[in-house]
Design a protein around this ligand. Sequence first.
Ligand code: ATR
Length: 267
Amino acid sequence: MDKYAVWGNPIAQSKSPQIHRHFAQQTQQNLDYVAILGDEEQFEQQLLDFFAQGAQGCNITAPFKERAFKLAQQHSERCLSAESCNTLKKLADGTLFADNTDGAGLVSDLQRLNWLKANQNILILGAGGATKGVLLPLLQAQQNILITNRTFSKAQELAAKFSQYGNIQAVELEHIPVQKFDLIINATSTGLQGKTLNINPQILQLATAAYDMQYSKESDTPFIALCKQQGVKQTCDGFGMLVGQAAHAFYLWSGVMPDVEPLLMLV
Ligand code: ATR
């Protein structure tokens, strides 16, 4: 049986084992997928031991995504641009190939929602790791991106780095143009603190749709709650992105693209 895992710290909350086991069942793949609590000190050695013991691949979550990126010998273009890895695959020669499927997961979910048309204007809130992970796939999907962040210099750095791939600019939080954005994406981690980014509510009121890369099963995330309060008609949290990134990782390992729809209802 092929051995896979998700590595993180903490890890008990991870839905990845449930998702991948479902994909394996659906596509009739023989796959053993577990959650492993990585050690902050020994992560690299643990991971190398895991592969030495016959594992075929794994997912990586916080706080190890950058460390996995550095450990791998080969990288996909989207992983290089993200400078962080959420999926590793052992190649035939034993070396590790790093990928980042977060952006593909987001793009797939936006397609599922029918929210992705070429040449849209997207406002992205946040300029941390989550943003960096999705910029290349969004720009490759011909989206015009405006990025804003509490710390403006980080938004500027990302815009400069990614302008080689498409239309991307940075704007200060206080100077976001009051215009109709086709989509506003929250990529900040403010939701984890029960907060939202402080932006002009008029910008939300004008938006066609709002997507939160975080998700919450019990109630709306703070960002989704705020958007609904401001009258945004189309809102969605990031659960579909989570399932989407898993589907793209599963595809990298098995060559089979699973159907995400049943999982969106099941999990
Ligand atoms: P992640 O991997 O989740 O992206 P990160 O790289 O630490 O985590 O990035 C967190 C993002 O959320 C950043 O854009 C951060 O803004 P700063 O760059 O100014 O730190 C944003 N963020 C987190 N807490 C915030 C808060 N209370 N108010 C505004 N922005 C916040």
